[in-house]
Design a protein around this ligand. Sequence first.
Ligand code: GTP
Ligand code: MG
Length: 138
Amino acid sequence: IERTLILVKPDGVRRGLTGEILRRVEAKGYTLAAVELQHATPDQLATHYAEHEGKPFYAPLVEFMLSGPTLAVIAEGQGVIAGFRSLAGATDPTAAAPGTIRGDMARDWGLKVQQNLVHGSDSPESAEREIAIWFPGR
Ligand code: GTP
Ligand code: MG
């Protein structure tokens, strides 16, 4: 069965949106296989965001992700990787369509990094790589 790594980023946890976000994932028919509140470490984030190293938003992104706890989730279901990204909406919250998590609940706060509430793996390879970072052994 296909699975993906979802993160409710520190802005989502701070704003009390974890329940609403998980509700949407479950309402879509996906199964929650693991849910854990974690305070990410610099090493964990360096691995998770390796593809973005060197980009201008990398340092602010890591700083933001260290600013508070993150809810790490493994969700399962047919097509869940693309399906969750569809639920999440576009990376830029201002561009994200209404009806999506980012479109409905996030906006551009004018900071150096987009505080866009959630992360979702973008391919089966990314999902397995990221699950190993957040849930070793799963
Ligand atoms: P994730 O599900 O969080 O990985 O989002 P994504 O796949 O839509 O975006 P991507 O992997 O390209 O970028 C990861 C995160 O970096 C985004 O969610 C944003 O928080 C931030 N980010 C990405 N691109 C930009 C950018 O061009 N400018 C700024 N300020 N932040 C960005
Ligand atoms: Mg991404």
